[in-house]
Design a protein. Structure first.
Length: 206
């Protein structure tokens, strides 16, 4: 994998903020760059690396955080999102939800706890995280990589993607396929992406 173009507008023109000229492990030659056409920040990788290599490094190591402070913060955030969703679209026993990139299944777990009693499905290609979601939370997880078309259990009333789009080489194309084929008319799309100008970014830095 060698990302040298903007994943949103596909421009090849970008600038490199000096403070982010080298991020992550040096062997991958990663830098954070800013597209000069649309302003989007993305990671440029100079060396050769596979997706599997990148996501098996220590920063993505699977850890059971359910009883930790971090786990409680995540659960609080998830429940806040669900409360907001419920104000927009009251839940019912037939509501169907898809969490695309469901990770360890935390969001689907709390959705079920709050009464989203219909079909709740997760997609997670990282096998260890998918297994955690199934065994620890009892959620239904599909591990096949999505390449378009209808997903079993759909169409869905709500589709969520939390910190997924920034990991995709062609996020707009995937979103179009996902929504056209799987979101029920009048349904809701919820997605969350990191912001370069956020407080978390300022604290975390490189």
């Amino acid at each position: 994998m060698n990302t040298s173009h903007c994943p949103l507008c596909h421009s090849l023109r970008y600038s490199v903020p000096e403070a982010y000229r080298s991020i992550g492990l040096p062997k991958y030659g990663c830098s954070l760059v800013r597209c000069q056409h649309c302003g989007h920040f993305f990671t440029r990788i100079e060396g050769a690396a596979s997706i599997r290599d990148l996501y098996e490094e220590e920063h993505y190591e699977l850890v059971d955080t359910r009883k930790s402070l971090f786990g409680r913060v995540i659960s609080f955030d998830v429940k806040s999102i669900l409360r907001y969703l419920e104000r927009i679209k009251p839940v019912g026993g037939r509501a169907a939800m898809l969490d695309f990139g469901c990770g360890k299944g935390v969001f689907l777990h709390w959705a079920a706890e709050r009464g989203w009693g219909g079909r709740a499905t997760g997609i997670e290609t990282a096998s260890k995280r998918a297994a955690f979601a199934r065994t620890k939370y009892g959620v239904d997880v599909i591990t096949d990589e999505y390449r378009g078309g209808s997903i079993p259990g759909g169409p869905f009333d709500v589709i969520t993607l939390f910190h997924v789009l920034e990991h995709l080489p062609n996020p707009t194309e995937l979103l179009k396929q996902l929504l056209d084929q799987n979101l029920r008319a009048g349904g809701l799309l919820v997605f969350e992406v990191p912001r370069f100008d956020s407080l978390q970014s300022a604290v975390a830095g490189r």
